[in-house]
Write a protein that binds this ligand. Structure first.
Ligand SMILES: *Cc1c(COP(=O)(O)O)cnc(C)c1O
Length: 353
């Protein structure tokens, strides 16, 4: 730490992303990326824009906003586009939380507490129930804004829209942020509700279901008043926040609903196949509506499994949090990748008998 660092950042604990190791080839099942390439039209559109990189990108982002809004029958005024949903989350936290604080579950996306420490936002943790579900009633007396991921990060557990609406309706003067990074793998989005509820912001990303993690594009959906506030923050931070290649790739991807439906359907089928096989190997698997599974084995600790699989060229994610330290999180890849994963798991478990 240099002597020049601002004192309020002395204890900043930066977000630790899943490994992206370069030392050898792994079957990467650790960061919930898509195993499929971007939509063909997205690759072409990005390549075309490479020749125009001498020019700034469109600061209004209007064609991309329109394409995202169309998916849910909304207007461009209901959308902000960001350099990944992480950037949108930062703008939301900056715009609406610095004087109010925020509440979120104990087990969820690790970026929320990091943003709080970066921006000096007080946060309150509401524990998930013993079965790792979100109980909406637990938020009844929470008077600061609430953020949930749905399906939830690390667990994959889905909260049905009726429950999300109950959460939103607990107080019209309390903001609710719903992070739908994993909604396209079988869930139903709450984005169409943003005009009904003026206290709702829905956050989505193209990183997982749209195979564009490397492009960095995400969206925030909300009523026009909330989006106007957010756009003011965005324009004050980085008005050209999405580069030309990513903007073109994202718009092209949104126009190819067939490819999207095909990829997300495949992930759901392979998820079911993987869960059944893990069950047969003695694992307890949480019910997931996302593109990953959180699972634990009675005879092998989470870290032990993670390390043994890594040795065999398979990367999964292990979290040190007390409540989930016995688990591994495995992203859903192709059927072939999951067969390789299941084969390695079988071998690791057999070592002990
Ligand atoms: C992956 C993820 C994000 C971040 O998405 P980017 O668009 O890649 O920044 C946000 N929230 C949750 C819950 C995620 O899992």
């Amino acid at each position: 730490m240099s002597i020049f660092l601002s004192t309020d950042l002395k204890y900043l604990q930066p977000y630790v992303p899943g490994e992206q190791p370069q030392d050898r080839r792994y079957i990467k099942l650790n960061t919930n990326e898509s195993p499929f390439p971007p939509a063909p039209g997205a690759v072409v559109a990005a390549a075309e824009q490479a020749a125009n990189l001498n020019l700034y990108s469109d600061p209004t982002c209007l064609p991309l906003k329109r394409a995202a809004a169309d998916v849910y029958g909304l207007a461009p005024e209901n959308v902000m586009a960001g350099n990944g949903s992480d950037e949108n989350l930062a703008h939301i936290f900056r715009a609406f939380l610095t004087d109010k604080g925020i509440a979120f579950p104990d087990i969820t996306y690790g970026f929320y507490p990091v943003l709080c420490s970066l921006l000096g936002i007080a946060h309150k943790v509401v524990p998930l129930r013993a079965d790792f579900s979100i109980a909406v009633g637990d938020y009844k007396d929470v008077d600061c804004p609430v953020c949930i991921a749905n399906p939830n990060a690390q667990t994959g557990i889905y909260l049905p829209p009726a429950e999300v609406q109950r959460l939103i309706e607990q107080s019209a003067s309390r903001l609710v942020i719903v992070d739908e990074a994993y909604i396209d793998f079988g869930g139903q989005s709450c984005a169409p509700l943003v005009n009904k509820y003026k206290n709702l912001i829905v956050v989505q990303t193209m990183s997982k279901s749209r195979s564009l993690a490397g492009a960095r594009v995400g969206f925030a959906f909300a009523c026009a008043e909330l989006i106007a506030d957010l756009e003011a923050v965005r324009a004050s931070f980085n008005p050209y926040n999405i580069n030309r290649m990513s903007m073109a790739a994202a718009a092209a991807s949104l126009s190819d609903s067939g490819y999207f439906a095909d990829c997300t359907k495949k992930i759901q089928l392979v998820r079911q196949y993987t869960a059944i096989n893990l069950n047969e190997l003695g694992f307890e698997v949480l019910p997931s509506m996302s593109n990953f599974l959180l699972a634990r084995h009675p005879a092998k600790g989470g870290e032990e499994l993670y390390l043994a699989l890594k040795e065999r060229g398979i990367l999964v994610r292990h979290f040190g949090d007390e409540r989930i330290k016995d688990y591994i999180r495995v992203s859903i890849g192709t059927r072939e990748q999951m067969d390789a994963f299941l084969g390695a798991v079988r071998a690791v478990i057999a070592e002990d008998v």
